[in-house]
Design a protein around this ligand. Structure first.
Ligand code: PMP
Length: 433
């Protein structure tokens, strides 16, 4: 039935869809870290709605809240409602205390990309400048502006009319892998390149409104920003009056072990955006936070019918209760370490595994051709397919899809981690023998 459903979908749906091609299953149910397809096969879901299910599938307490809300009020728009009020309070309470009062929250259209659009617009309005600095390998979404900031040429191929005035620089990551050398400079070089371009009147940069970055490039292959690099970028932004926009769409809401990744870098972004984990249960709700000092952002500047919905609000504030009550961020750090240690053991046994990169529960492993030692998309794709057959859903990422990526739910248990990595071990064994 999964196969029939897939074939039907591929006849009816745009050819541009990707998950049904990479992960050809038709899903019927999900609970916690597990999903079941229409044939009754059960899979461990280490993709969790591309990170949008921080408490796994259908967390019972969140589901209860959503059902109750459905009977009460289901409106979008930006009227004040009790559900919205508790959501805002809950999200602001998760900001570090010293900056809790420094930001305003702006509800964006349902997707992360829309929050990126809002951030670009606000930066332009606030600075009166129009150019943006972005980084190679970064991903910010598929709308025109967000795609223009995305540092992946293949994704932008054939798309004419991208936003002008975007300049790409190498990303200073912690990676030392030769496989990633094209995308990443070492940290010092990357910061120096940016600095010299900003200092040099002839570098081709005009009036720069903002620097946009992810602290962990997720889709780009799980590259973790180097602390020294980010400090330097932060100082440069301050020095040149450029706003720093941090894209926490994937890293936010606890994914990296702190509520936001920027907390680990000692910076205060002027603007940051988040979306995937905001509702805790996979309901769309994209947010932009911006420093009060950037206001006024006139009424009607970034509107839309579906800016926040009552279900996401009610589930999102409950999710934060659960995350605090059950010490979920602590679990993120412990499971991260458990996964890292186990992957390192597997790396020792299997030459297919290259660099392991993880911050919290954003996990990436380079897949290599064991003979050449080079990153290998064909092998990565085989491993992903075999894993699915053996009951593990994982994703690929990186510019050439050579990185096996995992985004398990933040409340994943040690037993489930073991189970998933046992599947991976078996898959690596099959792939090697
Ligand atoms: N920025 C980052 C860092 C992301 O990971 C994503 C989604 N993968 C986006 C932006 C775009 O979000 P959405 O798919 O909700 O538009």
């Amino acid at each position: 039935r999964s196969l029939q459903a897939l074939q039907k979908q591929l006849r009816q749906e745009s050819t541009a869809v990707s998950y049904p091609k990479r992960l050809p299953i038709s899903l019927e149910a999900g609970k916690g870290c597990y999903v079941q397809d229409v044939d009754g096969n059960v899979f461990i879901d280490f993709l969790s709605g591309a990170g949008s299910l921080p408490l796994g599938h259908s967390h019972p307490e969140l589901v209860g809240e959503v059902i109750e809300q459905a009977d009460k009020l289901c409106i979008g728009l930006d009227f004040p409602t009790p559900a919205k009020e508790s959501f805002i309070d809950a999200h602001l309470s998760m900001l570090p205390e010293e900056i809790r009062n420094a930001y305003l929250i702006h509800f964006c259209g349902p997707t992360g990309a829309d929050a990126v659009e809002a951030a670009i617009k606000l930066a332009k309005v606030a600075t009166g400048a129009d150019e943006i600095i972005s980084f190679r390998g970064g991903y910010h979404g598929c709308t025109n502006g967000a795609l223009s900031l995305t540092g992946n040429r293949a994704m932008k191929k054939n798309v004419l009319g991208k936003m002008p005035g975007v300049h790409f620089f190498p990303f200073g990551s912690t990676s030392t892998s030769a496989a990633s050398a094209v995308l990443n400079s070492n940290q010092i070089d990357a910061a120096l390149l940016l600095e010299s371009a900003l200092e040099d009147a002839n570098s081709g940069l005009g009036n720069v409104a903002a620097i946009v970055l992810e602290l962990v490039q997720g889709e780009g292959g799980v590259y973790i920003a180097d602390k020294g690099f980010i400090e330097r970028v932060y100082q440069l932004a301050r020095k040149f009056g450029i706003l720093l926009i941090v894209d926490e769409i994937q890293t936010g809401c606890g994914r990296t072990g702190t509520w936001y990744a920027f907390e680990q870098y000692g910076i205060e972004p002027d603007i940051f955006v988040t979306s995937k984990g905001t509702s805790g249960i996979g309901l769309p709700c994209a947010l932009m936070f911006y420093k009060k000092s950037l206001a006024p952002w006139p009424a009607g500047s970034h509107i839309g019918t579906f800016r926040g919905n009552q279900f996401a609000f009610i589930a999102g504030s409950k999710a934060i209760d659960v995350i605090n009550r059950d010490a979920i961020l602590h679990n993120v750090c412990e499971r991260s370490e458990q996964i890292r240690v186990r992957l390192a053991e597997l790396q020792h046994d299997f030459a297919l595994l290259g660099e392991i990169r993880c911050l919290g529960l954003m996990i990436g492993v380079e897949i290599l051709n064991p003979v050449t030692g080079k990153a290998c998309d064909v092998t990565a794709s085989k491993i992903q397919k075999r894993a699915l057959r053996r009951g593990l859903i994982a994703e690929l990422g990186g510019r050439d899809d050579t990185v096996l990526r995992m985004l398990p739910p933040l409340n994943v248990s040690p037993q489930c981690v073991n189970e998933a990595l046992n599947v991976l071990e078996r898959v690596l064994f099959e792939q090697t023998n």
